[in-house]
Design a protein around this ligand. Structure first.
Ligand code: ZN
Length: 152
């Protein structure tokens, strides 16, 4: 964790509420984070300037592959790949990589989900229905690598 602090993640960022803003190029990171249950906003058409403004005014941590979003005073997790960003988030904030379906947020709109019938869940904002199936199992295997590879 200390190593990343030295690479530019300011100490106070670690104590911020863990709400995130994925920049317009990393929709896959947003989906991963929502599946892990973290409030992560994503606007595919948001400009670089608006991303910085919005993150600052809402206290969100920027997730990006764009080095130009690294600005003094703005909390940003930067890596050149999606996998790299996920590893750095896990390492910096110590977030769990277990996918707990009952805690996941909607991968489409970031809405919270409510239980429908014990097996299916529905987004309270857009109505998309989710269930714990093979696609979730596949994501669990990928999510394990974010934790394991950040520790070697
Ligand atoms: Zn939704």
């Amino acid at each position: 964790m200390f190593a990343y602090y030295l690479q530019g993640v300011a100490a106070y960022c670690m104590y911020m509420t863990h709400k995130f803003l994925a920049d317009s190029m990393v929709g896959d990171v947003a989906r991963n984070m929502r599946m892990l249950g973290h409030d992560t906003e994503y606007y595919p058409h948001m400009t670089q300037y608006d991303t910085l403004q919005y993150a600052t005014t809402t206290g969100r941590i920027i997730l990006t592959k764009n080095q130009r979003l690294l600005k003094k005073g703005v909390c940003t997790i930067y890596a050149t790949t999606t996998h790299g960003i996920m590893k750095k988030i896990v390492d910096t904030f110590g977030i769990a990589t277990d996918i707990v379906v009952s805690k996941s947020r909607c991968s489409i709109c970031n809405g919270e989900q409510r239980d429908m019938d014990g097996t299916r869940r529905q987004c309270i904002l857009c109505g998309k229905i989710y269930w714990d199936g093979t696609h979730i199992e596949h994501m669990r295997q990928i999510a394990k690598t974010w934790w394991q590879s950040s520790r070697v």
